[in-house]
Write a protein that binds this ligand. Structure first.
Ligand SMILES: [Zn+2]
Length: 367
């Protein structure tokens, strides 16, 4: 049955840029067969496409003991990859877009629930737009759509429980200068030289961040990166503007604002040295990290059921939003994150089945 559900889910194209209406309708029907009560949390995305979060509960309450959370969207696929929407089994592996990220987890959750009878309230939560910035989950957190004690969030972790994750923050920095002929630099001010001074300072801030360590992570501190830079209009013109992106991944014990505060202090110093210095910082993402204690019953249960010690990851997941709904959260799922997001994505059959078993045990023990 689990393979059949996964084949159905993979057949429905749910790349983030389209509406996920078809896939949530399919999942809703499956949930109704399990006698769950279902409700949609719809919204219109930034391209005016209608998206849906789906919440299915076993009891008529908005306060649940356990939530199993999977995102319904996938990253795009190469149109030449014929297996992308046609789940194909080869050598114990199931190939298809979303097979591991995260339709495999969704199929496992539906299968687990079909063979257990929760005594306490349980929710299945299916989100939209995870791949483009956790948009659906953030919507649920903002609306406080439900309250949850424990959450299991599906992502391909090769069935290793992940109890903590770094946050993700992004800002665009626009440094202003004044254009002038490069033969007469005193007539203007180069935005590129100004940006270079700021970037030097950011490199020092990066070094300073290494002092604040969280040993559960690799690397054990907040990292930052300047991935893009663009400035100037011609080789013989003082640059009027220089833009760069600043990205940082804060350890969960540090607020996203910490790096911004250090950066703003650096900007203030530059302004003191150069009263003409102008710079704008537009922070566009401040996704918080998450951490659940290694002593949490949820962590211990999942360590025992999976036979693997809990770890951490340096990328964003919906666990932070589930924490905002009051829960302790752990990320776990079948398949390897390194196989996700590529042509030839697959989930090993044995991991898929073991995931259903782990979820079944979790429901039995927590609900
Ligand atoms: Zn995912």
């Amino acid at each position: 049955m689990i393979k059949e559900i996964l084949a159905d889910l993979v057949r429905i194209d749910s790349v983030s840029n389209r509406s996920n209406e078809e896939i949530v309708n399919y999942i809703e029907k499956r949930c109704q067969k399990l006698h769950l009560m279902t409700g949609f949390v719809p919204y219109i995305d930034q391209h005016l496409v209608q998206k849906f979060n789906l919440i299915a509960v076993t009891h008529r309450t908005d306060k649940v003991e356990l939530a199993l959370v999977g995102h319904t969207d996938t990253v795009p696929y190469d149109p030449n990859w014929t297996e992308a929407t046609n789940l194909t089994e080869r050598d114990g592996k199931l190939y298809g877009r979303g097979a591991c990220d995260t339709k495999g987890f969704i199929a496992a959750a539906l299968t687990a629930l079909a063979t257990t009878k929760p005594q306490k309230p349980l929710a299945l939560v299916f989100t939209a737009d995870e791949e483009i910035g956790l948009v659906g989950a953030k919507m649920l957190a903002e609306n406080q759509a439900l309250r949850v004690r424990y959450s299991i969030v599906g992502e391909p972790t090769s069935l290793k429980p992940i109890r903590a994750g770094k946050g993700y923050s992004l800002a665009e920095v626009i440094v202003k200068g004044r254009e002038a002929h490069s033969a007469y630099p005193a007539l203007g001010a180069s935005a590129v030289f100004r940006a270079a001074r700021l970037i030097n300072r950011l490199e020092s801030i990066g070094a300073q961040l290494r002092q604040d360590q969280h040993p559960a992570f690799d690397p054990p501190y907040t990292t930052l990166n300047i991935g893009l830079i663009h400035g100037g209009s011609a080789k013989n013109v003082l640059a009027g503007e220089c833009r760069f992106t600043l990205e940082w991944r804060p350890i969960p014990t540090q607020s996203s604002d910490h790096v911004l505060d250090l950066f703003n202090a650096a900007i203030a110093e530059e302004m003191q040295a150069d009263p003409d210095f102008r710079c704008e910082v537009n922070a566009s993402r401040q996704d918080t990290g998450f951490e659940t204690s290694p002593d949490s019953p949820l962590v211990q249960l999942l360590e025992k059921a999976s036979g693997k010690q809990a770890g951490t990851v340096a990328f964003g997941t919906e666990a932070a939003q589930m924490m905002a709904l009051g829960s302790e959260a752990v990320v776990i799922g079948p398949g390897d994150i390194r196989e996700a997001h590529r042509t030839g994505e697959f989930v090993p059959v044995d991991e898929l089945e073991r995931c259903a078993d782990i979820l079944r045990q979790s429901i039995q023990q927590l609900c």
